[in-house]
Design a protein around this ligand. Structure first.
Ligand SMILES: Cc1cc2nc3c(=O)[nH]c(=O)nc-3n(C[C@H](O)[C@H](O)[C@H](O)COP(=O)(O)O)c2cc1C
Length: 183
């Protein structure tokens, strides 16, 4: 097999964005990850051919919306049509709501919204990487556990496997961080 970047699984996320004066758009992404804990930084990789690429370049802001399994159809749809021609909020039956700190809207139906401001942009071959600071987080109370942390069972996020080109749900929890040290 030739060298490839197929880490798996990766999260399937919905990124909402809004360019200078334009309508808001949504793009499905799997090339994304955590970049730093302090300050809280994430990275997303977008091909320059995507409409969302131009919107994020112009606004330097976006929102990472984490969808639950019940939004799988919307996730697939927003990754297969372009906002150049279609209003994806309408097409996918999703609602744009005001974010707290950025102009891009949050997607109301997603239980977690990370509002991001771009701090650095890197061109790496096919993709532009937007390294962004998370400046506000909104989490639906219904997906929190008794300690106020996101409960993966309630959140029910969607994983994507690039090798298989398939979406998956999470399986069983295997143990807490540090479980190997306990007797
Ligand atoms: C599961 C999935 C993951 C995707 N991941 C990425 C990605 O990481 N980067 C990217 O540029 N496009 C990715 N795409 C493709 C874009 O979502 C797709 O081209 C979309 O129609 C672009 O929309 P836009 O033109 O409105 O920005 C993915 C699509 C799917 C279905």
């Amino acid at each position: 097999m030739e060298p490839n970047p197929w880490l798996f699984p990766v999260p399937a996320i919905l990124v909402s964005c809004k360019g200078g004066g334009g309508k808001p758009n949504i793009i499905t992404l799997a090339w994304c990850g955590v970049a730093a804990s302090v300050p809280p930084m994430v990275s997303i990789g977008i091909r320059p051919s995507r409409y969302s690429h131009d919107l994020i370049m112009a606004s330097q802001e976006f929102v990472i919306n984490i969808p639950s399994r019940k939004l799988a159809r919307a996730v697939d749809l927003c990754g297969n049509i372009s906002g150049r021609k279609t209003d994806k909020f309408k097409a996918a039956g999703l609602t744009a709501a005001a974010a707290k700190k950025v102009k891009a809207p949050v997607i109301k139906e997603c239980p977690v919204n990370l509002e991001c401001q771009v701090r650095k942009t890197l061109t790496l071959g096919t993709h532009t990487h937007f390294l962004a600071e998370v400046v506000a987080v909104q989490v639906e109370a219904g997906v929190l556990d008794a300690k106020g942390k996101p409960d993966m069972k309630k959140l029910d996020p969607i994983a994507f496997c690039p090798m298989a080109d398939q979406y998956y749900a999470l399986g069983k929890a295997l143990g807490r961080h540090g479980f190997s040290k306990k007797k």
